[in-house]
Each structure stands twice: as structure tokens, then as C-alpha cells.
Design a protein around this ligand. Structure first.
Ligand code: BT5
Length: 334
């Protein structure tokens, strides 16, 4: 969170912790180390940001939790339980692309864990120049800056890391267990609920930073998507029939990312791969993999534990290792 809003974050955090009870202006001013007038100004600012805060002269302030919480940086920051991911949040009502903004911030030296969030994107990016539909008011579009200090050839590991964190988080909020489509689509009943775009800034032997861009369809109704997307996209709302609080989802996602990032740094890639395989449901299925210069069809044998390459056995009996491309899952067996 930008430092200038730190007081609002703290006030919302304290009011949330107080559940539905009132907290006196005096208690807030003591907790924040500012005057009661300053508290009142921060309360006004929080109201302007969409928080419903009731005030009673004799009792103090209370957050009306039955009112719709706004989705903004203060709401996300006040629910965070992480050490560094999301501790510096840059929230925008609209951006061209959160990945582009995170890249810009990364180049300016933004600290590891800096997270960009937008309520909507006008130029949301998929892989290979494709577009990510990013309407306002419904979904999560976020990009996180990581500085793992690894060689570029290992940067792909972070794709699997992000996929595990997204799948694990989606699982918490969905009645249907998610699966991953190699390497990083998250599916519910075979339809895409989330996508991940990793981009990096590096020199030949060292990654300066990686941007993990994550888009999750949370409260959108599939009818709001363009026609061609409707058969292949879904959302948490479509599966659960109820709205999910986007800020709560974001906080759980950041916690999961941080947990797996620590596992990666302390124990390496293998534990990530194991977790990723727990969501992978393509083994034994016939797949077609299209990359920029080839099309491979065969039975999916699994993934290489060392680098996550997809292993495909072709009709001719050769085992192909695929390191990049788009997978289409056909049917069981060849
Ligand atoms: C991805 O690309 O799946 C990566 C998407 C990453 C989006 C996030 S949002 C935050 C951050 N900022 C950005 O600018 N991007 C990242 P790919 O595997 O290439 O899939 C793109 C394809 O998915 C499109 O060609 C469509 O067919 C489909 N698609 C587009 N929007 C979708 C949506 N909202 N839900 C499901 N599928 C979608």
C-alpha cells in the first residue's frame, strides 16, 4: 500500500478486528499515534474510498460489514497476512495491463512482493500477444514482482509456482476441484477460470525480476464474455452460484504465493512440481501441442520433474519433451 494510505489501512484493520462493535476515537488515535481530528480525517477518506463506517458521538466508529465492501488497495491491505507479497500494493480502477505497470515499477526498483491490481484492464495480455478479457467490477487482475535471483533458464519454475498457488486458492472458493492444463491454465470442469502470464527482465545469466501476472474470473457471469469465449471460460460465480469477496480471494492468493515461494527458495523445484501434479489431470489423455514451429500429437505421459517439460508419446513411439506451446486435450488414450 502506498505509505500515504497506511493510516486508512490500519483503521480498517482495527475496525474489522473489532467485528461489529464500536471503537472509540480515542482508542483509534492511541493505536495510530495521531490526534482524534486526524482520525476523523482518515475516517472521512476511508468513507470516500467506499467503506461504510458508522459514527456515534458517545461510542466511536464501527465498520458496517453488512454493506458491500469496496474492492481497492485499502481493503486488500487490511486483510493481508503475508510478510512481503502485497505489502506494497498499487491499485488502479483501470490500467492497460497490470503486467505492463508491474514491469515499469520493477525497472524502477520496486521491492520484491510489490503487487499491482486493477479493477479493469483495457489491454489485458495473454501469452503470445493474445488478449485477456478484463471487464470491471467482477474479477481479479494482479501482477506481482518477484526477485528470485535465479538464472533465466529456471524462470519457468515460477510459472508452476504461480499455477499451484492459483489452483490452491481457487480450490478454497470453488465447489469443484480445479485442474491445471499444462503449463498454467486453471480449469473448472474443463473451462478456463484463470490464466497466468509470466514475464521477466533479465540479462543472459541473471534474472533481474519476474512479473507473475494472474487473471481470475471471480464474479463474472459467462454471458458477459464475448460469444467466442463463452464455451471455454467459466468463473467462480458460475460454479458456486454466489459472489466471492475479491479482496479476501486476493489475500488468500498472496498468502499461497508467498508460502510456495518460500518452499521453492528453501527446498527447490521438486516440491512445487509434486503439488502441481496434484492438480494435473491430463496423464493418459490424447493431446495436441502447438508451438510456434511444430504440432505434436500423442498421449500425455506426464511432466519432467526437473523442469516441468511436458512428455508426449507420439504414434511413432517417440517421447517428445515440450517446453512451450498450447495444449489441446482430446480424449482418453490414442
Ligand atoms: C493466459 O494467456 O491465460 C494468461 C492470462 C494472464 C492475464 C493476467 S490478468 C493480470 C495480468 N495482466 C495482464 O495483462 N495479463 C495478466 P493465454 O494462455 O494466451 O490465454 C489467452 C486466451 O484465453 C485468449 O486467447 C482467450 O481464448 C482466452 N481468454 C481471454 N480472456 C479470458 C478470460 N477472462 N477468461 C477465460 N479465458 C479467457
Amino acid at each position: 500500500m502506498q505509505a500515504k494510505e497506511a493510516a486508512e489501512v490500519e483503521i480498517i484493520r482495527l475496525l474489522k478486528a473489532g467485528k461489529d462493535s464500536y471503537i472509540s476515537g480515542q482508542a483509534l488515535s492511541a493505536a495510530l499515534g495521531v490526534s482524534r481530528t486526524a482520525v476523523w480525517k482518515h475516517i472521512e477518506k476511508a468513507r470516500e474510498m467506499g467503506f461504510s463506517i458508522e459514527a456515534l458521538p458517545s461510542k466511536g466508529y464501527r465498520l458496517n460489514t453488512s454493506a458491500d465492501a469496496p474492492f481497492n488497495g485499502i481493503e486488500v491491505s487490511s486483510g493481508l497476512e503475508t510478510g512481503f507479497i502485497g505489502r506494497n500494493i498499487c491499485f488502479y480502477p483501470s490500467l492497460d495491463s497490470t503486467n505492463m505497470k508491474a514491469f515499469e515499477l520493477g525497472r524502477q526498483g520496486a521491492p520484491e512482493g510489490t503487487a499491482v491490481i486493477a479493477d479493469s484492464q483495457t489491454g489485458g495480455k495473454g501469452r503470445l500477444g493474445r488478449r485477456w478479457e478484463s471487464p470491471a467490477g467482477a474479477n481479479l487482475y494482479t501482477s506481482i514482482i518477484l526477485r528470485p535471483g535465479i538464472p533465466p533458464r529456471h524462470a519457468h519454475n515460477l510459472t508452476f509456482l504461480s499455477a499451484v498457488a492459483v489452483a490452491e486458492t481457487v480450490e478454497r472458493f470453488s465447489p469443484v476441484r480445479p485442474t491445471v492444463k499444462w503449463p498454467n491454465d486453471i480449469l473448472l470442469d474443463g473451462k478456463k477460470v484463470a490464466g497466468i502470464l509470466m514475464e521477466m527482465d533479465s540479462e543472459p545469466d541473471r534474472v533481474h525480476f519476474v512479473v507473475a501476472g494472474i487473471g481470475v474470473n471471480i464474479n463474472i457471469k459467462v454471458t458477459a464474455f464475448p460469444d467466442r469465449l463463452r464455451p471455454m471460460a467459466t468463473s467462480l460465480y458460475e460454479k458456486s452460484g454466489k459472489e466471492t469477496n475479491r479482496a479476501v480471494f486476493t489475500c488468500v492468493l498472496y498468502s499461497s504465493l508467498e508460502k510456495w515461494y518460500k518452499v521453492y527458495r528453501e527446498k527447490g523445484f521438486l516440491p512445487l512440481m509434486e503439488a502441481w501434479k496434484g492438480f494435473f489431470a491430463s496423464v493418459g489423455k490424447t493431446v495436441t501441442v502447438r508451438s510456434f514451429d511444430s504440432v505434436i500429437e500423442g498421449v500425455c505421459l506426464g511432466v519432467d520433474d526437473d523442469d516441468g517439460a511436458l512428455l508426449v508419446k507420439t504414434r511413432a513411439g517417440a517421447i517428445e519433451r515440450v517446453v512451450s506451446g498450447d495444449v489441446e486435450i482430446k480424449r482418453d488414450g490414442l
